[in-house]
Ligand binder design. Structure first.
Ligand SMILES: C[S@@+](CC[C@H](N)C(=O)[O-])C[C@H]1O[C@@H](n2cnc3c(N)ncnc32)[C@H](O)[C@@H]1O
Length: 471
């Protein structure tokens, strides 16, 4: 049973648009959310994933604002986040309204340098990467150290190769990467009033004074985002909260600060039905009862002209720990990994640090020296005593299925995800390192030892149990 405190209800009563009823709002707060997922088009198209899952008894309904988003019903015993398909990165379990901000950011354009300022656990980062087709550079920042791990897990699982992870208070971007990005998402930390259907306790201790504190941070963050945006670029500001102080108020603050450089672009044409939640300014203010979703707020803001820096430019950082790969190293690397992955990688994007080879996002070199980066692109391989070893995250990101891949059935795929070796019924000549696939989708690496496939799934990705997917 949902717990709403009376101060919250009083506040909502004032904020609710006149065409919506408070009783209905409260009733929806108590209604469980419809589960939804987004297909990862970096790995599979929506029709193919749906066909695969429907054959196992799943049912789907299209989400109107996201072509690859669906409400779903899985068979009773199945937990979506514990299936092999999920672990292969074929989909992300993501709330329907949380798919709106990336759509608002990129629906009409293909951009090369994008910043996601507050990105963990990565639902929107991975959606943006899919919309960018893994091209260009996507800087994914997260301030909370404890949430970085989940962000990395999801970037790796979904096969994102164009992301650069950073770990800062996002107030730094305005000066450190001044007027650098074509597009920025600020999915801001907020009071979470829209999430009560997922977490019935979320509003138990709601307190108006906390909203002012959170809004002060949001105002700093949106100013920083605007400074980091190139003139002509697009900023999307979103929250999963409902009050106007954290939503409309933060956007109007930006306009007060930067005047005509700030243009609010209407989202009324984002999808059919957007008119039901669009505000006078063109923002989407999504109340839970309108689309039967979480509450959300989304604003799209264009930067019409350049605005001056507020602080002097920071000094360039001198010690970047990577070197471009040498021709000799590149030839050796390709000779080793090409037969396994079957993909030619451009030399200009491969960089070396100590004994590690990394694939950097296209165009990342321009950002070198401007900030400290936690993780850049994909760790491809490491040079070890017995030769070069291809890394799990590389095979997850380079999703082309190589000719020499070994194919297994569903039971074996489940065994693999539980960290077990796969026994071969007929012993063969040992083949060494190979990519393992199930239904033409990569699972990870194994070492073919002749009589068995030795499991090489990183230990932190091993699951105790996999949901049985049979209908
Ligand atoms: C709404 S959540 C982001 C959800 C994420 N965009 C997604 O879709 O998966 C807001 C995030 O902002 C982070 N955060 C809080 N303060 C921050 C700051 N000053 N700078 C950057 N991120 C911050 C929080 O740790 C939290 O992960």
């Amino acid at each position: 049973m949902v717990q709403l405190n009376q101060n919250f209800i009083n506040n909502i009563a004032q904020e609710l648009p006149s065409q919506l009823s408070l009783e209905e709002f409260i009733a929806f707060c108590d209604k469980p959310l419809r589960p939804s997922l987004r297909v990862n088009t970096l790995k599979i198209d929506s029709a193919s994933l749906l066909e695969r899952m429907q054959a196992k008894g799943w049912q789907f309904e299209q989400i109107p604002w996201c072509p690859d988003g669906f409400w779903y019903q899985a068979p009773d015993s199945v937990q979506a986040g514990n299936t092999v398909e999920y672990l292969q990165g074929l989909f992300y379990v993501q709330e329907a309204s949380s798919m709106l901000p990336p759509m608002a950011l990129l629906y009409d354009t293909h951009l090369s340098t994008v910043l996601d300022m507050a990105s963990a656990p990565g639902s929107k980062t991975t959606q943006i990467a899919a919309m960018m087709h893994n091209e260009g550079t996507l800087v994914a920042n997260e301030y909370s150290a404890s949430r970085i791990k989940a962000l990395h897990f999801n970037i790796q699982r979904m096969g994102v190769s164009n992301a650069v992870m950073t770990h800062f208070d996002a107030r730094v971007f305005g000066e450190s990467l001044y007027e650098t990005f074509d597009a920025i998402l600020l999915d801001a930390p907020c009071s979470g009033e829209g999430t009560v259907r997922k977490d019935p306790q979320a509003l138990k201790n709601w307190d108006a004074s906390e909203i002012d504190i959170i809004a002060a941070t949001q105002r700093d963050l949106i100013e920083s985002a605007f400074l980091a945006l190139k003139p002509g670029g697009v900023l999307v500001y979103s929250t999963c909260t409902l009050n106007k102080t954290e939503n409309h108020g933060v956007c109007h603050h930006l306009k007060q600060q930067f005047g005509d450089a700030v243009i609010f672009e209407s989202l009324i044409d984002l999808f059919r039905g957007a008119d039901q939640t669009v505000t006078d300014e063109g923002f989407l203010h999504v109340w839970p009862q309108v689309y039967d979703s979480e509450g959300f707020f989304v604003a799209r803001i264009r930067k019409a002209t350049s605005v001056p820096r507020q602080l002097p430019a920071p000094q360039t950082r001198a010690n970047f720990p990577f070197q471009p790969v040498s021709t000799k190293q590149y030839q050796l690397l390709m000779a080793t990994i090409n037969p396994i992955i079957g993909v030619e990688l451009p030399k200009t994007r491969i960089w070396v640090r100590d004994d590690e080879f990394w694939l950097f996002p296209e165009g990342f070199a321009e950002l070198i020296g401007k900030l400290r980066y936690q993780r850049i692109g994909v760790r491809l391989a490491t040079a070890e005593k017995h030769g070069i070893k291809l890394q799990h995250e590389a095979v997850m990101a380079l999703t082309v299925v190589p000719k020499l891949a070994l194919s297994v059935d569903e039971t074996q795929a489940e065994q693999y995800m539980m960290g077990r070796d796969i026994m071969l019924s007929v012993p063969e000549k040992a083949q060494g390192e190979r990519v393992l696939v199930w239904q033409q989708q990569v699972l990870g690496m194994v070492k073919h030892l002749g009589n068995r496939l030795k499991n090489q799934l990183p230990r932190n990705l091993v699951r105790d149990n996999i949901s049985n997917n049979e209908a």
